[in-house]
Write a protein that binds this ligand. Structure first.
Ligand code: PGA
Length: 256
């Protein structure tokens, strides 16, 4: 069986000003060495603070951005390119978070271009997928996940996607305090891998990390990460509290 290294990301969203962002980054940087070796840890601050947070993080924790443009460069006011993110020290980028898919109407064709830009700039693409409550209740969760993955990875070859991380984030669990059960999350992760296997190969599906997001916290992380299918988490609210994020990293390290 392939060993997948856990990945834990802190998605800070549109929170924290300089002083608090730097203080939180310093706290995350204090992660125990053994845990930092066992888990790929990344934080995703808002764009203006990437530089300051990056300086405060040290080496154990990766810097990530919450989005990148689908374009390479040029007349795109307000957008930030993957090349710029790499230039200021980012290693990873979130692509297609539900707050962008559903909140800002980003579609799969655009997300596929963002994946291209991320890969060109050697950024780990953390591709987010997940169904709404209505879709789940209609029994369409797996079909929605399948379509999102196929659309967002359209045109990408398996060989180019070796760093890909998929974040399964059911929309109804994000920021609601309503976490998917470990069983439901594991089932969704199997569906993700089935799609990757159908699109590419069983080997690729087995090697690709699939992490869970949606109200992960210090209490429920261990049960989620204990599932073999779940390779870590993308954490919103709880990543803003240093002690809670540390507990979630510990849970991932213990499960690895
Ligand atoms: P949450 O957010 O942990 O606050 O639910 C997760 C996410 O949006 O990535």
């Amino acid at each position: 069986m392939v060993q997948r290294k856990p990945f834990v990301g802190g998605n800070w969203k549109m929170n924290l000003l300089t002083a608090d962002a730097v203080a939180l980054a310093r706290a995350v940087a204090l992660t125990d060495d053994r845990e930092a070796r066992a888990v790929d840890i990344a934080v995703f601050p808002a764009f203006p603070y990437l530089g300051a947070v990056g300086s405060a993080l040290g080496n154990a924790v990766q810097l990530g951005a919450q989005d990148c443009s689908g374009e390479k460069q040029g007349a795109f006011t307000g957008q930030v390119s993957a090349g710029m993110l790499r230039d200021i020290g980012c290693c990873a980028v979130l692509i297609g978070h539900s707050e962008r898919r559903h909140g800002l109407g980003e579609n799969d064709a655009l997300l596929s271009r963002k994946v291209t830009r991320a890969l060109e700039s050697n950024l780990i693409p953390v591709l987010c997928v997940g169904e709404t409550l209505a879709e789940r209740e209609a029994g369409r969760a797996n079909a929605v996940i399948d379509a999102q993955i196929r659309g967002s990875l359209a045109g990408h070859a398996e060989t180019a996607l070796s760093t890909l991380v998929i974040a399964y984030e059911p929309v109804w669990a994000i920021g609601t305090g309503r976490t998917a059960t470990p069983e439901d999350a594991a089932a969704a992760h199997r569906a993700v891998r089935q799609t990757l296997s159908d699109m590419y190969s069983a080997r690729f599906a087995e090697q690709t990390r699939v992490i869970y997001g949606g109200s992960v916290n210090a209490k429920n992380a261990a049960d989620l990460f204990a599932r073999e299918e779940i390779d870590g988490g993308l954490v919103g609210g709880a990543s803003l509290v240093a002690a809670d994020f540390a507990a979630i990293i510990s849970a991932a390290a213990s499960a690895s």
